[in-house]
Design a protein around this ligand. Structure first.
Ligand SMILES: [Zn+2]
Length: 388
């Protein structure tokens, strides 16, 4: 069932929100970071001359990595994380390497943890162009498109985060050790702060979009924005710097277990085959550390082996529950350790959901009848909303 348009969606659609944010205090650098809890959230790591990965530190409410490209007359940033305070935290890190204005912001896809900080750039640099693919922009606007977009912001405010807060409070009451209590209290604080930010959020949509590709020529630096087919979502953007041999992947390649809920598993493999043809040495991935090109093979190998194992189990007549156990154990020797490097997105945390998604999308080849229910199930399986 589609969610009706809300006032917030209407404002974003007609651009009123963009006018309103001009008064935002991000324009005054002395006030921007006052009391910000997200200090030190990002570490900028140089990948090539003027090209940096903004690696997100682990937080209960997850943030995606950024890429920062410093050009002669300005800066290009890729992705804006889950909330304005995180985007401001990255901006502060950028100010440590350059005072040039942010001229362009690129959104790789519509998931909540990749674009909800867009307003920070629009407010601080009113001429900033925000660019994505046609499909991703449409996903941001279309109600019920998945775990991102304007309707998902409303859903988080109305249902998801308040329920998460209730659950954390309940967990807190049940917690026995001081360590567990402290941990839950910290998560609860983050969830409450996140809800507060969401309520103030001014969804800021891309100002430009493209079909298959667009090339930016930034005074000698060539930056290609590519749509290579469906993958992690229907509209994923790759950003390719041919001279520097760097590829920015969004969540189409990550160093965690992938999130499959809005994905097209078999097409994802084909899209990664296209990506492999590009000449690059390093990838700035959506979550986790900068990776060598070889990581693409590993990540695609996981998707390929997962789909093959689910197909085989289905052909042998296994039920979904049997499949979850058998396939998880079957793939574990090869994938459990390398897919569990970080506190979140680990193998055992996500493998059941991955098997179920492949079963639904590849074997049954059908959308579940009620998409809302599916999103709810995904949320319940991943209570901090670490869906990316
Ligand atoms: Zn994502």
């Amino acid at each position: 069932m589609e969610t009706p348009w809300t006032r917030r969606q209407f404002l974003a659609g007609v651009g009123i929100a963009a006018t309103a944010i001009q008064t935002f205090d991000a324009l005054d650098p002395s006030r921007v970071f006052a009391g910000e809890e997200t200090k030190g959230l990002f570490e900028l790591k140089q990948v090539a001359e003027g090209v940096y990965a903004g690696i997100a530190a682990f937080q209960y409410k997850v943030n995606c990595n950024a890429a920062v490209i410093v050009n002669e007359d300005g800066v290009i940033v890729v992705d804006s994380h889950s909330k304005p305070s995180a985007a401001r935290s990255l901006l502060k890190e950028i100010r440590g390497i350059t005072n040039k204005p942010i001229r362009k912001l690129i959104n790789t896809h519509f998931h909540w943890d990749h674009w909800q900080g867009n307003e920070v750039y629009a407010a601080a640099f009113p001429d900033t162009e925000i660019i994505t693919s046609h499909i991703t922009r449409d996903n941001m606007i279309r109600p019920g498109a998945g775990v991102g977009g304007i309707s998902y912001i409303e859903k988080q405010i109305q249902e998801i985060v308040p329920q998460e807060i209730e659950k954390l409070k309940e967990d807190l009451r049940k917690a026995t050790s001081p360590e567990a209590k402290a941990n839950i209290e910290s998560n609860l604080q983050q969830a409450e702060a996140y809800l507060k930010e969401l309520k103030e959020l001014k969804p800021t949509l891309p100002t430009a979009s493209f079909g298959n590709s667009i090339t930016l020529y930034e005074k000698g630096r060539e930056i290609r924005l590519l749509y290579l087919g469906r993958a992690h979502t229907s509209g994923d953007v790759f950003i390719y710097l041919p001279q520097e041999k760097v590829l920015i992947t969004g969540d189409s390649v990550i160093d965690w277990m992938p999130f499959l809920n809005d994905s097209y598993p078999e097409e994802w493999i084909q899209t990664l085959n296209e990506v492999e043809k590009l000449d690059f040495t390093h990838m700035i991935v959506g979550h986790g550390e900068v990776a060598p090109k070889d990581h693409l093979k590993f990540f695609r190998g996981y998707l390929t082996d997962l789909i093959a194992a689910v197909k085989k189990a289905a052909a042998e007549g296994a039920t979904l529950e049997e499949m979850k156990k058998a396939v998880a154990d079957q793939l574990a020797p090869q994938y459990e350790k390398p897919m569990s490097k970080y506190p979140r997105g680990q193998y055992r945390e996500r493998i059941d959901g991955n098997i179920e998604m492949v079963y639904n999308k590849v074997i049954k080849k059908a959308e579940l009848p009620d998409r809302e229910k599916r999103q709810r199930a995904a949320y319940l399986g991943d209570p901090s909303g670490t869906t990316c």
